[in-house]
Design a protein around this ligand. Structure first.
Ligand SMILES: [Fe+2]
Length: 148
């Protein structure tokens, strides 16, 4: 397989760099989002360099636990800010946890499958943080709440 067609090299086309537009304006959430992004990046690095399926599965499991923690934490901030859209937002979170959990249980050592899933996670993250999480930022000003 030549370099261009090798799925391992396609990871380099994914952009994991933190961008200003990802900022929600709430430091605690932004910090956790940065960690989320770097956790996905780490999985792709391991896949590209070592291809250790068991280790990758464990890293994915770590990502599931971290995502659960992050969602819980973010929802608590939303609750603290009296965000009216909390229930709907919790459903979006629950949907991703379901997808993640199902995927972890079914993923095999197919690198293409990992690649597609990482792509999906990256897209989900960009859309969710920019379109959904940002909705609570104005509340911080209204209530005068300054998480961290
Ligand atoms: Fe969220």
């Amino acid at each position: 397989m030549d370099r261009k067609n090798n799925p391992r090299n396609r990871y380099s086309t994914l952009d994991f760099k933190w961008k200003d537009e990802y900022n929600t304006g709430i430091a605690e959430i932004d910090y956790q989002h940065q960690y989320f992004l770097s956790s996905i990046k780490r999985i792709t690095t391991v896949m590209a360099e070592k291809n250790e399926h068991t280790y990758c599965q464990r890293l994915f499991m770590e990502l599931v636990y971290y995502t659960k923690f992050h969602f819980y934490s973010e929802e608590n901030i939303m609750m603290h800010l009296n965000y009216a859209g909390l229930k709907e937002h919790q459903e979006l979170h629950r949907d991703l946890i379901d997808i993640l959990t199902n995927k972890i249980n079914s993923i095999d050592d197919n690198i293409e499958e990992y690649h597609l899933f990482v792509q999906f996670l990256l897209k989900w993250f960009v859309h969710h943080s920019m379109e959904e999480d940002k909705k609570i930022a104005p509340l911080k000003e209204v209530t005068g709440v300054k998480p961290i």
